[in-house]
Design a protein around this ligand. Structure first.
Ligand SMILES: [Zn+2]
Length: 265
């Protein structure tokens, strides 16, 4: 299975194409279906790098192609114009060399440039108040979305989100601007302490996460559950302890919002 080191070797193999204006085509129908060749064709390849288990090919104009090889995918480099046996997902031709990508299975354009992560919540140097100030940069976003945005604060996942908001009595459906500082500080601070304890092997009892329909440990009201945000991650909350209207996500379009109250994950 391609691990990080295999990705680094693939990145090294593709270096002869860096700086070249690329002709791209997708002989394989599944490769063609990704639409990648159309977008990168004619662009200069600026950089190839392995990041974790991804290979990132950066083209001029901020276009980034992400390749994940999983078990089966391969990148090869050979002299331009060599006879093709089989159908690669993607061919990238430079002046003297061409790269071929075989078997995908993940070949996609980044929808937006990979942006830097926010401060790590568990780092000693990270102050809860600074995290809250970063959350405030998107005042109309839903709290349940903003806290999961790794560009604002890195480290909080779905479980810690649900638990922290339950402890701080903040509804994930409130907009950031509607929640006073002390409540945001309580939520972020609780998450930080609980995650630190978890690093030491101490896990708090779950109060809301994955407990839809079961009584809130504080007031007995059944815990609710609903998809929230772009990835329609499931959020859990007590409608009595964490009051606030349930609404579509913070952005205007509201698509991807699918109420499915009370269903189990
Ligand atoms: Zn409750």
């Amino acid at each position: 299975m391609p691990e990080g080191d295999a990705l680094h070797r693939a990145a090294a193999r593709l270096q002869p194409l860096v700086g070249e204006r690329i002709e791209a085509e997708s002989p394989h129908p599944r490769g063609a279906a990704t639409g990648v060749a159309r977008v990168v064709d004619g662009r200069v390849l600026e950089r190839v790098e392995a990041v974790g288990k991804h290979l990132l090919l950066r083209f001029e104009g901020g276009v980034v192609l992400r390749s994940h090889l999983r078990m089966s995918g391969r990148w090869r480099l050979r002299p331009r114009g060599s006879a093709l046996r089989g159908s690669p997902w993607l061919v990238l031709r430079g002046g003297a060399w061409e790269a071929t990508q075989w078997n995908g299975p993940v070949l996609a354009l980044e929808e937006r440039p990979v942006r830097a992560l926010g401060p790590d919540l568990l780092a000693e140097s990270t102050e809860v108040e600074d995290v809250v100030a970063r959350l405030r940069t998107g005042p109309t976003r839903l709290v349940g979305e903003a806290l999961l945005d790794q560009r604002l604060v890195a480290g909080i996942g779905n479980m810690w989100l649900a638990e922290a908001l339950w402890h701080a009595r903040v509804s994930p459906w409130r907009r950031v601007e509607e929640v006073p500082d002390d409540e945001l500080v309580a939520a972020v601070g609780w998450a930080r302490e609980a995650m630190r304890a978890s690093v030491r092997g101490v896990r708090p009892r779950r109060m809301a996460y994955r407990r839809p329909g079961r009584p809130c440990p504080r007031c007995g009201t059944p815990i609710e559950s609903l998809g929230l945000g772009e990835a329609t991650r499931r959020t859990y909350w007590c409608p009595r302890c964490q009051p606030g209207a349930v609404r579509a996500r913070g952005r205007a379009e509201g698509e991807g919002f699918e109420p499915s109250r009370g269903l189990h994950p």
